[in-house]
Design a protein around this ligand. Structure first.
Ligand SMILES: C[S@@+](CC[C@H](N)C(=O)[O-])C[C@H]1O[C@@H](n2cnc3c(N)ncnc32)[C@H](O)[C@@H]1O
Length: 275
């Protein structure tokens, strides 16, 4: 399975940005770590694998509940950061640099978890079948993935604000293409899991608001330009970021509440299944 493009990206620009902004991203995405753990209910001593663990926030949260967690991720900079964070917390975790579509654990996994780390496989059916092969007979999974871009204002508002400054509107990704919104269609998501052998698939909508990083409009605007679909559009079209920056700052000011932080609508699926 050729995941080269994603592996390069997560060891290049995306991985370096996610590592640099890890603390801020963890604050923004904390509600989803909570939702995954609420669905997963890790038990002390259980062998847990966190797929696409990134800088390890979800792995560390599960380890704090007593689970023995292995985080798997293709990104060297993010795994190195996860290891440093785990050392500080003396957490019962290990982190492996590997492509989860091919990697197998030494011992069977009882619980698979992920926060936005499973939407990047070139062949998702083969990847989820490989992951399932590493599970114990009573294994289960719980993960979070995004619904569609238009349902996620945190990602859509920056694109719409920047639209007048772009050479052309960003081309929508083909349905199911590897990327953050690959599993937006719940029927497609359901079919990936059932075709790869998982059972009792349950897909529950998560609706809410998330707080974007930055207490100053300038900082939130910088975040909007650097993370999410707008960053790729700016890079792909060779746009000078300075041309969209002021429009984003003005937009953030119009959205920011009295607390000085920008809250935008987010929509995800919380997915559960058993082996
Ligand atoms: C959106 S980030 C989420 C990171 C982390 N789970 C979090 O919530 O902060 C997606 C992660 O999936 C990882 N990833 C992408 N393709 C992967 C693959 N084939 N195997 C393992 N990890 C992968 C990336 O390196 C990245 O760390």
């Amino acid at each position: 399975m050729d995941n080269t493009a994603q592996i390069d990206s997560w060891n290049g620009p995306s991985g370096l940005k996610w590592a640099r902004d890890a603390d801020q991203l963890d604050q923004m995405l904390q509600p989803f770590a909570a939702a995954v753990l609420e669905a997963a209910q890790p038990v002390a001593g259980e062998k847990v694998v966190d797929i696409g663990c990134g800088a390890g926030a979800l792995s560390l949260a599960a380890a704090l509940l007593g689970a023995q967690v292995t985080g798997v991720d293709v990104s060297v900079p993010l795994v190195e950061l996860a290891r440093r964070r785990a050392a500080v917390k003396a957490a019962s975790t290990q982190f492996v640099v590997a492509d989860a579509s091919e990697w197998q654990p030494d011992q069977k996994t009882q619980l698979l978890i992920s926060r936005f780390g499973v939407m990047f496989f070139a062949d998702p059916v083969a990847a989820f079948a490989n992951i399932r092969a590493g599970m114990s007979e009573d294994g289960r999974l719980a993960f979070a993935c995004w619904r569609s871009l238009p349902e996620n204002d945190w990602a859509m508002v920056p694109v719409l604000t920047a639209l007048p400054f772009l050479k052309e509107p960003p081309k929508p990704s083909p349905p199911g293409a590897p990327g953050p919104f690959a599993f937006a269609d719940s029927e497609y998501l359901h079919s990936i899991l059932t075709k790869s052998g998982w059972n009792n698939v349950k897909v529950t909508p998560w609706n809410g608001s998330i707080q974007l990083p930055g207490l100053k409009a300038e900082d939130t605007a910088t975040f909007m330009m650097e993370i999410g679909p707008l960053s790729r559009t700016i890079a792909d079209q060779g746009i000078d970021p300075a041309t969209v920056r002021q429009a984003l700052i003005d937009k953030v000011r119009s959205l920011t509440g009295e607390a000085g932080a920008t809250q935008l609508k987010a929509a995800a699926w919380i997915v559960e299944a058993v082996v």
